[in-house]
Write a protein that binds this ligand. Structure first.
Ligand code: 4GS
Length: 225
């Protein structure tokens, strides 16, 4: 997969260089190409924002630098073009798995009060939100989406970190995990996990998943199953 990112804050994407995603990028299992929208401003001061028509607080990103940047990186419109915005469809594990099937994705990150609406009309395929709260820019949401999607790209996760056993893959929240030491601050690991009985362990874990999901996220339990 090839991911194009357009932003006024390219340095934020240094954060992708850590951990499992960083390793995958080093190995070129997928690529992220970050473009600074400011490089496409024709203004002598490289200005990329202006005050909103109609008045109101803050600044709006002007259309031309964004339009030129999109055309420079995806002139043939090979990418699924996504604008990060609270108005978009909310990111879900289902949507993550769907994005993971794409060969080319472009993420546009807005700053300030947002971007000129005509860019959404002219150049964007869909809007995507990571949840109902307002951030200062689309960069963190974009990295959330890239991180979640990358886990479904073959070779990104090691064999012990599969996507099949976790929360949401099963539709249930995860069971509790324990590691050494066997006793910590007077608290013991549940005996069944030390029993070596794999059928019993699987049963215990499943029961814990159901118990925790009913308690914390009853909305995830579908009545017809
Ligand atoms: C989100 C969000 C967001 C909205 C960007 C105000 C700057 C900001 N983007 N999911 N203008 N939540 N964007 O808060 O995607």
């Amino acid at each position: 997969m090839k991911i194009e990112v357009l932003t006024l804050f390219p340095e934020m994407f240094e954060a992708l260089k850590s951990g499992v995603v960083g390793k995958a990028l080093e190995k070129e299992i997928f690529t992220v190409n970050v473009t600074n929208i400011r490089n496409y401003s024709k203004d002598k001061h490289k200005k990329c924002d202006d005050s909103p028509f109609g008045g109101g607080a803050g600044m709006v990103m002007t259309p031309d630098p964004i339009h030129s940047a999109i055309n420079a990186v995806d002139g043939e419109h090979k990418c699924r073009r996504i604008y990060m915005s609270p108005k978009g469809k909310t990111l879900s594990q289902e949507l993550v798995e769907n994005y993971a099937k794409e060969e080319n994705i472009l993420f546009l990150c807005g700053s300030y009060e947002g971007i000129d609406e005509r860019i959404i009309e002219l150049d964007i395929d869909e809007e995507l939100s990571i949840g109902d709260y307002v951030l200062t820019g689309g960069e963190l949401p974009c990295m959330v989406a890239i991180n979640a999607v990358s886990r479904y790209i073959k070779g990104v996760l090691g064999s012990d970190e599969s996507t099949s056993e976790e929360s949401f893959a099963s539709g249930l929240l995860e069971y509790p995990q324990y590691t050494r030491p066997q006793e910590y601050m007077g608290l013991s690991v549940p005996d069944v996990l030390l029993s070596g009985n794999h059928a019993e362990i699987a049963k215990w874990r499943y029961n814990e998943q159901v118990r925790i999901t009913k308690e914390r996220r009853p909305d995830l339990i579908k009545e017809d199953e």
